[in-house]
Design a protein around this ligand. Sequence first.
Ligand code: PNS
Length: 163
Amino acid sequence: MKRIAIYPGSFDPVTNGHLDILKRGLKLFDKIIVAILHNPGKSSLFSVEERIDMLSRSLKGMPNTEIDTFDGLLVDYAARRKAHAILRGMRAVSDFEYEFQMALMNRRLNREIQTVFLMTGLRWIFTSSSIIKEAARFGGNIEGMVPAFVLRKLEAKFKESQP
Ligand code: PNS
């Protein structure tokens, strides 16, 4: 049996913290499907197409990964993709409450799918797409926190939106 996990998220944009979790996850699973939530109601900086593009460039050289999008319930998507696990990264204690709630709700919705948490590397403990975007928006140096081409995309995006 192939062990397939879904690594879901907004990935707006992908960060080195996400890639760290993915690399750790690949040691446990035969295949990981990186699934971008496609939610037109949720505002995002990058379009789904841009996020797919940044992820595909980041996952080059990482076999056993696939990029996909989903909408609706995550557990329904996971069942459709014949996955047995949902992979999530855990940084600090502050992540715990939200992740705990989501994992238990997902378990309530589908008992067959387990949520697996991996601790992020210490270097990424304080980073998130949101805080990186905020720093980048105001010209902060975020080098080393995202792949180089994501850094350039962020710079271009914020230059675009300047008056
Ligand atoms: O990167 P994020 O924004 O923390 O990812 C959140 C995500 C996409 C994992 C979560 O919002 C999600 O699974 N949304 C789909 C709807 C769903 O199934 N929600 C959980 C149970 S109600």
